[in-house]
Design a binder for this molecule. Structure first.
Ligand code: DX5
Ligand code: ZN
Length: 224
């Protein structure tokens, strides 16, 4: 497998200087910029809207990996695409018609992802596997940064790796929540090829590059 993609979550950044923080993680080796959008309805937290995404866009050329934890989600899709989202990930229970939501994301030119909460079964993806570019395995319950990794999700990552390989499609398998240099190894071994990390990246000014490198670890090709 090629080297793993690291997508730092700016949820743990200094919100008083978000643009600078995005530029900092870009320079520190981030492959994507993970933006957690929470609405105090689908999840009990309130974070970032499309205006902020638009303001951050000039601060990095890396893909904006936007994770929508909002319900209802459909009316916000075009606003987040217009703001500069490259990948938009939604939760299956955040709208009445997942297939329609995914088509809407793709018709506007963004890549479409689906997030699975810890209790959401892999089978919920069966009907839409041909329609997605990314699967986001939630290894915490969504809503907050800094939670502990739920180890039962490792089996789900392995199952999804088999499903993706079986589909023959180029789908990113990303893990989100409690990812640190220890749990990243478990995710990679199970077949993930992208990792989100918030608190393990933003541990203090000047440490981002070493934190990202520690989470990335050694790739299989380097180990061989
Ligand atoms: C949780 C978010 C995650 C979270 C990751 O709802 O989707 O992206 O911020 O934060 P850490 O890495 O601190 O668990
Ligand atoms: Zn997220």
């Amino acid at each position: 497998m090629s080297e793993i993609l690291i997508s730092p979550s700016i949820l743990s950044a200094d919100f008083a200087k978000l643009g600078e923080e995005v530029a900092n993680i870009d320079r520190a080796g981030a492959d994507m910029i993970h933006i957690d959008v929470m609405d105090n309805h689908y999840v009990p937290n309130l974070t970032i809207g499309p205006m902020v995404v638009k303001a951050l866009k000039p601060h990095s050329q890396k893909p904006f990996d936007v994770h929508l934890m909002v319900s209802p989600v459909d009316a916000l899709i075009s606003q987040f695409v217009d703001a500069g989202s490259d990948i938009i990930t939604v939760h299956p229970d955040a709208g009445p018609h997942l297939h329609r939501t995914l088509q809407s994301i793709k018709s506007l030119g963004a890549k479409a992802g689906v997030a699975l909460n810890p209790a959401t079964p892999v089978s919920s993806l069966d009907p839409v596997i041909e329609d997605i570019d990314l699967i986001l395995v939630m290894s915490v319950n969504p809503g907050f940064g800094g939670q502990s990794f739920i180890k039962s999700q490792i089996q789900k990552i392995s199952t999804l790796r088999g499903m993706i390989d079986g589909s023959g499609r180029d789908i990113i398998l990303e893990v989100d929540g409690g990812v640190n240099p220890d749990t990243s190894v478990l995710c990679r071994d199970a077949g993930a090829n992208a990792l989100v990390a918030g608190s393990a990246v933003f541990k203090g000014p000047g440490t981002y590059a070493e934190n990202i490198a520690a989470i990335r670890g050694r790739s299989t090709s380097q180990a061989a």
